[in-house]
Design a protein around this ligand. Sequence first.
Ligand code: ATR
Length: 291
Amino acid sequence: MRITGRTRLAGIMGWPVTHSRSPALHNFWIDEHGIDGAYVPLPVAPEHLAQALRALPTLGFRGCNLTLPHKQAALAIVDRVEPLARRIGAMNTVIVAPDGSLEGRNTDVFGFRENLRERAPDWSASAGPAVVLGAGGAARAIVAALIEARVEEIRLVNRTLARAERLARDLAAPATRITIHPWSERDAAQREAGLLVNTTSLGMTGEPELDIDLTPLPLPAVVVDIVYVPLETTLLAVARKRGHPTVDGLGMLLHQGRPGFEAWFGRPVQVTRELRAAVLTTLGATMSAPR
Ligand code: ATR
C-alpha cells in the first residue's frame, strides 16, 4: 500500500456495508498497479445519504460505489444520471467530476455483458429466447443488457407478476419482445431458449434451493447464475452435468467494478484468475471450485 499526500480515494456506501466485497476487489487492483490510492467501506445510514454524497468532493473522493439500500435513492441526489441508470431505476457508481458535480451510473449492465462475453464467448443473441428468473434490481440490469445485445425475446418469469409487468413496461424497447410468465411456468418457459439466467436469491447459501427442471432447455443453451456464494450453485452443477456452458456470478461482480475504478484511478483493469482467487478467499471459498 502506498499512501502519500496525493492519495486518490474512493469507497462504497451502504447500510450495512460490512458484507461488501468491493474493498477487496478495488484494493487488489490498487496494489496490482502500485497506485497511490485507497478504497474504503463507508457505512452511511439512509437519512445521511445526501449529506455523505455531497461531502465526497470536499473530502477529495473521486467517487464511490453504492449498495443496499442506496441504489435508488441516490438517483434523486446526484447532479446527472446517465440514461441507462435512469431507465433501470438504480445506480451503483458515482463519479465526482472536476467541477465537483456528481454523476450517477449503473455498471451492472456492463458487468453482466462482460462476464457473459468472457465466460460464454460462443453465446450469441440470435441463439434463441432468453429466460430470466426474477424481476428485482438485478433482473432490471440483466434485462437491459439483453436488450442492448439485441435478444429478440426475453421470457420474464417471476413469483410476483405485477413486478415483472412493471419491469417490462419500464424497459420496453422496440427490438425486443418481453413476455411475462408466472413462477409455475419456469420449466415450460425454457423451450427453444438459448440462455437461462437466475437473478433470484434462490440457491444462495442460507436461502432455499432453486427448484427447477432443466429438461426442456435445449442443450447448447447457456446457463447463468448471479448467485456467487456458493460459486457453483446446484443450478450450475446440474446444468454443467447436462452439458450446458455455465457462467457463475462472481465474474459479474468483478467486471461491474471496472468502469468506476478506471474513472477514479485512471487505469484500465482486467478480471484475472488472481483477482478471482483473491476475492474468493474473502468469500471463504476456494479455487478448487470448477473453472
Ligand atoms: P435483487 O435486487 O438482488 O434482484 P430483490 O429485488 O429482492 O433482489 O429480488 C429478488 C428476486 O428473487 C425477486 O424476483 C423475487 O420474487 P418476487 O418479485 O416475487 O419477490 C425472487 N424470489 C425471492 N425469493 C423467492 C422464492 N422463494 N420463490 C420465487 N422467487 C423468489
